[in-house]
Ligand binder design. Structure first.
Ligand SMILES: Cc1cc2nc3c(=O)[nH]c(=O)nc-3n(C[C@H](O)[C@H](O)[C@H](O)COP(=O)(O)OP(=O)(O)OC[C@H]3O[C@@H](n4cnc5c(N)ncnc54)[C@H](O)[C@@H]3O)c2cc1C
Length: 505
């Protein structure tokens, strides 16, 4: 018994499971806030950021709610609800401040290695959609966060903004677009790997690649016993830690279930896979300079909003269209087809069945998407790029998202499209479930986790001062404070080298 106690008392203060952007962000923040903290990271793959956080597995949109029409729903009375957009825009400003801190402290050498300015646009056609976009523009530009947004129904103007989208289009059809030059493209994979490269060099931090976490159990002294398998040698061992963060992306649900915390009971997961069309013709790629989001098809999940998207990956400009949603029972791109069946437990059976019954249209939509022929995919692309040619595009598999299913007192179970931090055992364990808006809001999500699970530390003068240094607007509302927002945008714009494209004459 004594030797058991000795073993459990050893080990790091914190274990992070998964080497994606969420663990990287939390690890960086914790180590900056408390340099003597010991940290171990376990990742089942042999590199960091190879699942959802990798550049080709996500769309790289710095989600600021400038262009994503699903963040601004139309209410029953015809007005536009901008509250979600305001929250997301503020969160992205917080992320940019933290990334600027990383640059200023030479943790990441060059901002251009992971973030670049690119206009964010919304584009619609048809009278109803044009009316919606105009109303949305009017509602959004009342808020300081969205000032600078431009709106146009003028075809000549739109040809200047997005020639590929306008050429070959029936010009009798009403079209409209908004444009926000403050938009960004972010290579979340490069950012994540930079953070881990830095962390790895810090005293008290160890990263174990090709190590899969298999089991978790809280032992008598409150510490956690983590059963880890070395996927190269096959050896299994126990690691003990005071705090665990399950940042395992699609793998988080099964680990949360294994932890047996009551707060984790009843959660289920609904996997949505994705594919892109990736442009291979350099001449075409160079002619499009925007992230252009449209409206989601009726019945489709919010994250399958089509977009024609400029990307900057490994120093090169790229062009993606998609995502085409799909269905797979895997919870990770490099996961197992048994992930979904194995996640079904007595505690989540009812929520899973209820959510399934209430979302039959979504399931049908996803199955239809999987069955799409190459011609149908090209047809969807031509809605945005009428003169697209099949030979210029190739199909790529995107990352896997696991949407949250949770208990609901009325419906039995509901499907949600956001993210949620679930914590338990006196906040010694926290898991991040869900996928959207994701990496762009990773910093706010992790601040929320720190405020919840490290409450006793966050109120100390040291932590408060350090948080203010990392995020100068910490504790203040950017939506309510236009001067502060201007100041913060000027600072992050300068440090992150975000120079919005020069306006076309
Ligand atoms: C198609 C698509 C488009 C997206 N577009 C955007 C976008 O434009 N903008 C945006 O902000 N966000 C976007 N996202 C969301 C964003 O990519 C994710 O929110 C974010 O990358 C999640 O980071 P993470 O660290 O939680 O997970 P991940 O990056 O998936 O990392 C989890 C890690 O945990 C590891 N792991 C899993 N199980 C175990 C285990 N048992 N033991 C050890 N390691 C384990 C995995 O191998 C993986 O490396 C998109 C996602 C997808 C799929």
């Amino acid at each position: 018994m004594n030797s058991m106690k000795d073993a459990t008392d050893k080990g790091p203060d914190v274990v992070l499971i998964g080497a994606g952007i969420m663990s990287a962000t939390l690890g960086m923040m914790l180590k900056e806030l408390q340099p003597d903290l010991t940290l171990e990271i376990y990742e089942r793959l042999d590199v960091a950021a190879a699942e959802s956080s990798d550049a080709w597995n996500n769309a790289g949109t710095g989600h600021s709610a400038f262009c994503e029409l699903n963040y601004t729903p139309e209410k029953a009375d015809g007005t536009i609800d901008v509250s979600k957009a305001v929250k997301i825009a503020e969160s992205f400003e917080i992320s940019k401040q933290f990334w600027a801190y990383l640059i200023q402290h030479n943790i990441i050498e060059l901002p251009t290695s992971f973030i670049k300015s690119i206009p964010h646009m919304s584009f619609v056609w048809g009278n109803d959609n044009v009316n919606f976009l105009r109303k949305r523009y009017e509602a959004m530009t009342k808020c300081h966060l969205f000032q600078g947004m431009e709106y146009s129904e003028n075809q000549e103007k739109l040809k200047e903004w997005v020639p590929l989208i306008m050429e070959g289009r029936d010009n009798s059809e009403p079209v409209a677009a908004t444009k926000m030059d403050l938009g960004t493209d972010v290579n979340f994979g490069a950012l994540t790997r930079s953070m881990f490269n830095y962390l790895q060099q810090q005293e008290g931090v160890t990263i174990h690649f090709s190590h899969e976490v298999r089991k978790l159990r809280q032992v008598e002294n409150g510490r956690w016993r983590i059963r880890v398998k070395d996927l190269h040698s096959g050896e299994k061992r126990n690691v003990f830690a005071r705090y665990i963060f399950i940042g395992a992306g699609g793998g988080a649900l099964s680990l949360l279930e294994k932890s047996d915390i009551p707060e984790g009971q009843g959660y289920g997961g609904f996997p949505v896979s994705g594919q892109w069309l990736k442009c291979t013709n350099r001449a075409v790629i160079e002619r499009h300079k925007a992230k252009v989001y449209g409206l989601a098809a009726v019945g489709s999940p919010p994250m399958s909003v089509p977009h024609l998207d400029t990307r900057f990956i490994n120093g090169q400009q790229e062009l993606l269209f998609g995502p085409y949603a799909g269905f797979s029972t895997k919870f990770l791109k490099k996961g197992s087809f048994l992930d979904l069946p194995k996640s079904i437990k007595p505690a989540n059976l009812r929520p899973m069945i209820s959510a399934g019954i209430h979302n039959l249209a979504l399931t049908k939509y996803l199955i239809d998407q999987v069955r799409q022929s190459p011609e149908e995919r090209l047809g969807a692309l031509k809605d945005y790029f009428p003169e697209a040619k099949a030979e210029d595009w190739e199909l790529e598999v995107a990352g896997q998202r696991v949407q949250i299913i949770k208990k609901d007192p009325d419906k039995g179970g509901v499907l949600e499209f956001g993210t949620e931090v679930v914590s338990g055992a006196n906040c010694t364990l926290a898991a991040l479930l869900g996928a959207s808006p994701g990496a762009s809001t990773s910093v706010s999500i992790m601040i929320g986790l720190l405020e919840r699970c490290f409450m006793h530390r966050i109120n100390t003068d040291e932590w408060k001062a350090k948080l203010k240094e990392m995020i100068p607007s910490y504790g203040q509302s950017l939506a309510d404070n236009p001067e502060l927002l201007d100041e913060i945008r000027a600072y992050t714009g300068r440090v992150l080298d975000l120079t919005p494209a020069v306006k076309e004459k």
